[in-house]
Design a protein around this ligand. Structure first.
Ligand code: NAP
Length: 308
C-alpha cells in the first residue's frame, strides 16, 4: 500500500493557508501537517479534528521550522507582512532555509511581484517587494518550487474596505486604482489551486502562477454589488496622494500598491484563465457577492459603515 506523503501548511489557521489545509484535508491525497504558534487555538483544534497533525512552529525560530518539516514531501508557505512588517523578509528566509535543509520535494510559496521594480523605484510597496525578494531567494537556493501570486481578496470588502453610506443613501468604496482592471480572488479558492499544483509537480515546478477569480474595473465591481445587493454602490477614484494622506496604518503603502497597479498592471487575463483551469470551482465576483449577500446587507443596515 502506498504511504501518503505529508505536506506542511504554514498559515493554516489563517485565511490563505487555511484554504489550502482544508482543501488538502478534504481531498485526502496527502497527509496534512499544520504549523502554528499556538496548537491550542480554536482554529488549530478544528484542523486537528479534521485530521491534520499540529506542530508548533514560529517563522522567527528556524529550528522549529526544520523540525516541522521532518519527513515532509511538500510545503505551502505564506508569510504575513501585515502582522510583522519588515520582519517578513527574515521570516521568509528562515522558511526557505528550512525547506532547503530538509530537502523538500515541492515548495509552493505565496509571493507577489516587486512593485518597486515595476515602478522603477518610484512606489516602494514592501508587502509586495519583500515577497518578490523571497521568490528570488528561493530560486537562488535551487529549490523545486512554484510561486503563487495571489490577487487582492474579495474578502477585503468584508474586512478592510467598508462601503461608506452617503447622505443620499448610496454606498461608496474608493481606491487609487483609476479605471484600470483590478484583479481579485476569493481567498477560499486558493486551496483548490494549490492542491492542483501539488498534484502536478513536474508541470508546475519553476512556474509563477497568478491566483485570479475576477479581472474587471472597479466600476464593474460596483455595478455587480449594486445589482446583487439591490442598493446603489459607487466606486470613487481616489488619487494616490489623497489616499496616502488618509493616515490609517499602511495607507501610503496601499496607495502605492493601487498606483502601481493603475499604471503598470493593465490586466491579468492569462492568470484568470489558468486559475479556472487549475480550480474549476473558482468563484466569480458575482457568485461570491451573491453567496455573502445577507452578510453585506446586515452590515449595511446596521449603520454608517459596512464592515463586512
Ligand atoms: P491571516 O488570515 O492573518 O493569517 C496569518 C497566518 O500566519 C496565521 O495562520 C498565523 O498562524 C501565521 N503566522 C503569523 N505569524 C507567524 C509566525 N511568526 N510564525 C508562524 N506562523 C505565523 O493572513 P492571510 O491573509 O492568510 O495571509 C497574509 C498574507 O497574505 C500577507 O502577507 C498579505 O500580504 C498576503 N496577501 C493578502 C491579500 C489581501 O488582499 N488581503 C492578497 C494577496 C496576498 P498562527 O497564528 O496560528 O501561528
Amino acid at each position: 500500500m502506498n504511504k501518503k506523503k505529508t505536506i506542511l501548511v504554514t498559515g493554516a489557521t489563517g485565511a490563505q493557508g487555511g484554504s489550502v489545509a482544508w482543501v488538502l484535508l478534504g481531498q485526502d491525497k496527502f497527509k496534512v501537517r499544520v504549523l502554528t504558534r499556538d496548537t491550542s487555538s480554536p482554529k488549530a483544534i478544528e484542523l486537528e479534528r479534521a485530521g491534520a497533525e499540529l506542530v508548533y512552529g514560529d517563522l522567527n525560530k528556524p529550528d522549529t521550522l526544520v523540525n516541522a518539516m521532518q519527513d515532509c514531501y511538500g510545503v505551502y508557505g505564506v508569510t504575513n507582512y501585515w502582522e510583522h512588517y519588515d520582519k517578513e523578509f527574515q521570516q521568509g528566509r528562515n522558511l526557505v532555509n528550512a525547506v532547503k535543509k530538509t530537502d523538500i520535494k515541492h515548495f509552493v510559496l505565496h509571493t507577489l511581484p516587486s512593485y518597486s521594480i515595476l515602478s522603477e523605484g518610484k512606489y516602494p510597496t514592501p508587502h509586495c517587494d519583500i515577497k518578490a525578494q523571497l521568490q528570488l531567494y528561493t530560486i537562488s537556493q535551487s529549490i523545486p518550487a512554484t510561486f503563487l501570486q495571489v490577487a487582492f481578496y474579495y474578502e477585503n470588502f468584508l474586512n478592510y474596505f467598508p462601503l461608506i453610506r452617503h447622505d443620499d443613501g448610496s454606498y461608496h468604496f474608493g481606491f487609487p486604482q483609476g479605471d484600470t482592471r483590478l484583479a481579485m480572488v476569493s481567498v477560499e479558492d486558493v486551496g483548490g489551486m494549490v492542491a492542483a499544483i501539488f498534484d502536478h509537480p513536474k508541470e508546475y515546478t519553476g512556474r509563477v502562477v497568478g491566483a485570479v477569480g475576477a479581472d474587471e474595473t472597479c466600476e464593474t465591481y460596483a455595478a455587480i454589488l449594486s445589482n446583487v445587493l439591490g442598493k446603489a454602490v459607487c466606486y470613487d477614484y481616489i488619487p494616490r496622494e489623497q489616499y496616502a494622506g488618509f493616515g490609517f496604518p499602511g495607507a501610503e503603502e496601499l496607495a502605492n500598491m493601487f498606483e502601481v497597479q493603475r499604471l503598470h498592471i493593465k490586466g491579468r487575463q492569462l492568470d484568470l484563465i489558468e486559475s479556472y483551469a487549475l480550480n474549476p470551482a473558482m468563484q466569480s465576483f458575482v457568485g461570491w457577492v451573491s453567496k455573502h449577500k445577507y452578510q453585506f446587507l446586515a452590515a449595511m443596515n446596521n449603520g454608517e459603515q459596512v464592515l463586512i
